[in-house]
Design a binder for this molecule. Structure first.
Ligand code: 6PG
Length: 243
């Protein structure tokens, strides 16, 4: 299934469109299945979307039926400026009436990234016990300029994981914090929908490979190996699309 590619003038328009579409998707999932499971991305790009969700940009959201997960996390405390959970807490969680039981952060308080990954896997398998698969309604992903997504970096052993839904991983040298926990390709593979949110000219070369390159070129990059059960969409600004 070819991905849907949406190009916007800038990050604001991208975020507004994603917020509106996410709101419709969430309300439909709750109508159909009684809940909406959303895996959030970290980094900078999605932060505006999260603020818009808090400010009504997605319309009325049934927060009591929405469950939030993290597609990846840095192995730091939530108070650390590098924490993806901390970023979402400040941009979104502190401003919405979501029940604490609907928040599923990566348990970074455990002794090691491997323990945190194992514990998170258990939590996901319990949440999706009926389906037996990580059937997130929507997974938001970002893209690094060298092709990583979530915390699946080029050459990472976590890319070879076929069974586990979650793995401990390391960021590429020079990218801190290095210690990460991430959904694996397997953990992403059952999602009903995956959206890549990408902005900035520095991403244009890797976007070009992923969207205009050959299958084999794209498959060299972690983001190029992401498969989902449902549709994949790219929300790009003009700078990231390179035109
Ligand atoms: C993380 C993210 C990561 C991010 C990309 C893009 O924990 O760092 O999940 O995959 O999405 O690095 O980050 P920016 O949006 O900051 O460019």
């Amino acid at each position: 299934m070819k991905p849907e590619v949406l190009v916007f003038d800038g990050l604001e328009a991208l975020s507004l469109s994603a917020a509106e579409r996410l709101g419709r998707m969430a309300r439909e999932a709750v109508r159909e299945r009684g809940r909406f499971s959303l895996a959030l991305s970290g980094g900078h790009t999605p932060r505006r979307l999260y603020v818009l969700l808090a400010e009504g940009g997605a319309g009325e959201l049934p927060w009591d039926r929405i469950h939030l997960f993290w597609g990846d996390e840095r192995f730091v405390p939530p108070s650390d400026p590098a924490s993806n959970f901390g970023m979402v807490r400040e941009a979104l969680l502190e401003r919405i009436p979501i029940p604490p039981g609907n928040l599923h952060p990566v348990p970074v308080g455990l002794g090691s990234p491997a323990e945190a990954a194992a514990s998170y896997e258990k939590e996901l398998r319990a949440f999706f016990a009926d389906e037996g698969e990580p059937v997130f309604d929507l997974v938001l992903l970002g893209l690094g300029d060298e092709g990583h997504t979530a915390s699946l970096f080029p050459g990472s052993p976590a890319l070879a994981e076929r069974e586990a839904w979650v793995a401990a991983a390391e960021a590429a040298p020079g990218i801190i914090p290095r210690s990460r926990i991430t959904l694996t390709l397997r953990g992403l593979s059952a999602a009903r929908a995956i959206w890549f949110l990408v902005a900035g000219a520095e991403k244009a070369p890797v976007v070009r490979i992923l969207l205009d390159g050959s299958e084999s070129e794209a498959a060299q990059l972690p983001a190029g190996r992401v498969r989902a059960a449902g549709p994949v969409a790219w929300f790009l600004d003009r700078a990231a699309r390179g035109r």
